[in-house]
Design a protein around this ligand. Sequence first.
Ligand code: ACM
Ligand code: ZN
Length: 767
Amino acid sequence: MTIQRLVSRVVLFGGAILLGACGTQPETMPEINLIPKPISIQEGAGSFKLKSGMTVAADSGLRTEAAYLAEALRNSSGLQLEEARAGKSGNINLRLGLDDPNPEAYMLTVDPEGIAIQGASPRGVAMGIATLRQLVPVDSRDSRIPYVTVIDAPRFDWRGAHLDVSRHFYTVDQVKRFIDLLATYKFNKFHWHLTDDQGWRIEIKQYPLLTERGAWRKFNGQDRECMAMAVREDNPELLIPEELLRIENGDTLYGGYYTQDQVRDVVAYASARGIDVVPELDMPGHLMGAQQGYPWITCTGESSWGQSFSSPLCPGKDSALMFAKNVYSEVFNLFPYEYVHLGADEVEKTNWKACPDCQARMRTYELADEEELQAWFVHDMENHFNANGKKMIGWDEIVDGGLSPTATVTWWRDWSPTAVTRATAQGNDVIICPDFLLYFDFIEQGRDLRRIYDTEPTAYRADWRLTPKQARHIRGIQANTWCERIPSERRMQYQVMPRLLAVSEMGWTRPEAKDWSDFERRFVAQVDRLDRHGINYRVPDLTGFNDINVFVDTAVIEVGCLLPNITVRYTTDGTFPNAESPLYTGPITVTESTRFIFRPFRPDGTAGAMQTAEYRKEAYLPAATLPDRKLENGVRMIYHEFKGRTCAGIEKSEVVRSYTLDSVAIPEKLEGWLGLIYEGYFEAPQDGIYTFSLMSNDGSMLYVDGQPLIDNDGPHGDKRLTAQRALARGWHRIRVEYFDMNNGGMLSVQWRRPTDETFRTLSGLKH
Ligand code: ACM
Ligand code: ZN
C-alpha cells in the first residue's frame, strides 16, 4: 500500500478514535511538535504511559534498531525496557513489511495497546523511532505518549550533514552525540571529513606515519584565532580542549585520530540510527596531513604551501597514485556504505606545471592542461573505487576538466552554479550544499534560519530552470560544518543548531507542506528538548532594538526573544554581561546616550552571543541645501571595475559607465567583480527618527548627508544591518558604496519612516 492510500485510511480511523473519546474528561496532553514535519499526523484522545519493565518486540533483522530505541529511551527518560519473549508481542513492536517503495517510509501507531512502528525497511523503522523519541515528553517525570498515527516518508533520499574533524578534532563520544542528534531529526548521511592539511584522523595500517605524525600538530594560526576569540567574545566554548593536548619533547601538541576499531564502532552506531557514513579522505589537494609522514607523494618531495592552497599529491608518479589507492583500499573495508567521497576540491596546480612526472603523464594521455590532469586523477581514482564496489562522490571541482558519467557531485561553490546544470544535464547526481546557505562554519545571522527554511533546493538559483529529468538528479541536500574556528563540541553544537532543524525539514518535508510560522512554533518546543539533553544552540537574535538607535528626548527599549526559556542580562559600561549583571525585567527608559550590551542566558546558565545596542541622543540633522539646478528623478549609480575587499578603494578604481535608477539596486545583467557607488537625495516628510536597513552580499556602506551611518563593509554573505538617524523635514543626501567579489551579489536599502510599521524600499530619489 502506498503512503497516500494509507493516509486516507487512517483519516477515517482517526475520526473514529475521536468519536469514541466523547464524554471522557480531556487531560492536558503532551503536545506534538515534530521536526521534520511528517506527511500525516492523526491525533487520538488519550495517551499510552511508558514504564520501565515494558517490553520491546522486534522482527529479526531489527535487533540493532531495538537496541537503539532502548538506549535512546534510557538516556532521555531513564526508562529500562526489556526484550519481549520470543514470538510474543511487546508493549512496543518494531516490524518490517510496510508496503511502500520508499525504504525510509514508516507508520507509527500509539493506542491503548501500546506502540507499533512498521517500516518499509530497517531504515524506515529507524525513522519511526526518531519520531517516537520526539513524542516522549521533555519532562522526564512524564512518560505519556499521545495516541497518534503518523504516516511518513522523506522527500529526498540524501539528507546529509558533514563534519570536518581535521581542523579540530572530536572524540568518538562527541562524534556519536553528533550522529545521534542527526538521527533525532531524520538525517540519513554522515559525511565524515577525516583528513585535511591540518590533521590526518584515521588509522591506516599500511601507512602508520599518517597518524603518528599527521594526527598531531603544534598550535597553528587557527588554534590561536580560536583562543583570541574566546577572550574577545568572553566565551569558553572557543578554547582548545585540554584533553586533546599532549606534551612531547617539551612541545605542546594538539590532535587525535580514530583507530579502525573505533571507526567500525561509529559506523555501526550510525547504522542502527538509519545513517550511512560517507568517509572523505581529501585528495589530491588538502593533503598536508599525509605529507607530514610521506612527503614523497608530492611533486617536489616536500610539503609546502602554494599561492592559494597546499602542495597536492603528484598524479605523475605511480608511487603516489599507489599510495592513494592503498589508503582507500583500507578505507573501503571499514565503511559498508557504497558511497565514498574523494574530496578533490581546491587543488593548487602550480607544482604540476613544473613537475616532469606530471608533464610526462599529460603527454602520455594527451591531456591539454592541468585541469585535465586533475580530471584524469579523479577518473583514475573512480576506477579504483568502482573496481572495489564503491561509488565516488567529489566536490563540484570534479565537474571542471571533464566529469565521468557515474560520479556524484556535492555542489558547494555558489559562484559556480553551472556545475549543477551541467552535471544534471549529463545525468549525474548532485547533492546541494551551497556555501552561502548550508556552510555552518559561517556564524548564523539573524535571518539565516528563515532563509534556509524558505529555500527550495532544486530552484536555489532562479537561472537554473532544471527540467524535471534534471531535477530528479538532485539527490538531496547537505549541511557542511568546517571546523577551522570550531574547537569544541559545545561550539560545534552552537554552530549547527538550530540551522540543522531547518535543513532537516528542507530534506524531508514536501514543499507544499512547509509553513514557516508552524516551523517556528515547533522549533521553540524543540529547544526544551535541547536544553534537557544538554545540547548547545544559538539563541535567536534578541529583538526590540537596532544596532544604532537614535532619540531626541527619551527612548524606551523593550527587549524580546523568541524563546521563552531565555533570560537577558545587560551592561552599559562596556564590560561583558555575566551572571551578576543586571537582569532585564521590562522596558528600560533612557534619557542620555547609552551603549547597551545585551546577552541571553540559557536555562543551564551558559551565556549566548552578545548584542550591542547603541542609543544616541541627537538633534535633528538639518535638511541639505540642494544644488542650484533642476534635479533629475532617480539615483545616480557609477559602475566601477573593482576587485577589492573593502568599499574604500571603489571610488579610485576605473569607471565603466553610469546609470540612473529608481532605487538603490544592482541593475540586472551586472554581475561578477564590481564596485558600485550611488548618490542622490531623498525627502524626509517630517522631523523624526528614521530607521535605515542596509543589506548586501558582499560589503556596503551607507552615508547620510556625508556622515557614515551603516558600515556593512568587508567580504560576506547576505548580511543586514540597521541604524537610525534623527532627520529634520526636507531633502537629505544619500550615498551607498557596494562591491561584489563575483560570488552572487545582492544589495538592498530600505527605510522606515517615523510612522511606518515596516521597512520599505527607499524610493522617490533625485539626483
Ligand atoms: C570546500 O569547501 N572546500 C569543499
Ligand atoms: Zn607531479
